[in-house]
Design a protein around this ligand. Structure first.
Ligand code: B16
Ligand code: MG
Length: 218
């Protein structure tokens, strides 16, 4: 029986993926790396330093920078990203999410956050959703990022629930893989091809309700 929900943030609660993309693209193009949709999708759910590494590899320039230079590049991206999220308001909550969170709370489900983003708490504050997420996995505490199950295992642990009693919600293929490997039920938000491995899938957040999830779980 499901007792808790472990949420991804970017692409599920709000569309910060647009801001991540804008900031990474700006950096990539400055470094002479061609931006593609495949590159863009591959960065979703991936930690900051791993994302940088993927971009540099796409341009074949991963060996052109020292570790310190790479940290500086990632910091430059983050500064641009942080400037973007400062402009966010509760209007940036994706359709249906506020009602869904209220429904979960009213029905006694426990809720935690499993975002790879170190800016997660700031984003929740901007959206005025902090109160819904008393438990947040600290991404700095992880030894491996998504698709490794660690972040979703910890998300369930924070709720004192076995993974089998949790649903994980994700927009990224790497995230669905992490949820499945953690032995939680996976709910994917996005297209069928990218999220083929999800147990339950919706095209967008507006369709994600408790009733619809239950119906699809059978
Ligand atoms: P930061 P999620 C992920 O968040 C994003 O999808 C990914 O694009 C980003 O690089 C990562 O967080 C790290 O974010 O640079 O803010 O620490 O989808 O796991 O909520
Ligand atoms: Mg995401």
């Amino acid at each position: 029986q499901i007792k808790g929900f472990v949420f991804d943030l970017d692409g599920v609660i709000t569309d910060t993926s647009l801001y991540h993309t804008k900031a990474w693209r700006q950096l990539a193009e400055k470094l002479g790396v061609t931006w593609t949709k495949t590159l863009e999708d591959g960065l979703k759910g991936i930690s900051r330093m791993d994302s940088l590494e993927i971009i540099l590899k796409a341009g074949g320039i991963e060996n052109n920078y020292t570790h310190d230079q790479k940290v500086a590049l990632a910091t430059e991206k983050n500064t641009n990203y942080v400037n973007e999220i400062k402009k966010m308001t509760p209007d940036n909550i994706l359709p249906g999410i506020k009602a869904f969170l209220d429904d979960l709370r009213d029905n006694g489900y426990l809720i935690s956050l499993a975002s790879a983003s170190k800016n997660g708490p700031t984003v929740l504050e901007r959206l005025q959703l902090t109160d819904y997420f008393p438990k947040i996995v600290d991404p700095a505490s992880l030894s491996k990022g998504k698709p490794d199950p660690e972040i979703y295992v910890k998300g369930a642990e924070l709720l004192n629930l076995p993974p089998e009693a949790c649903i994980g919600v994700e927009d990224a293929a790497a995230g669905i893989e992490a949820i499945n490997a953690a032995h939680e039920t996976s709910v994917g938000i996005g297209d069928a091809q990218t999220l083929a491995a999800a147990d339950v899938r919706f095209d967008d957040t507006s369709q994600m309700t408790l009733a619809n999830i239950k119906a699809k779980m059978g």
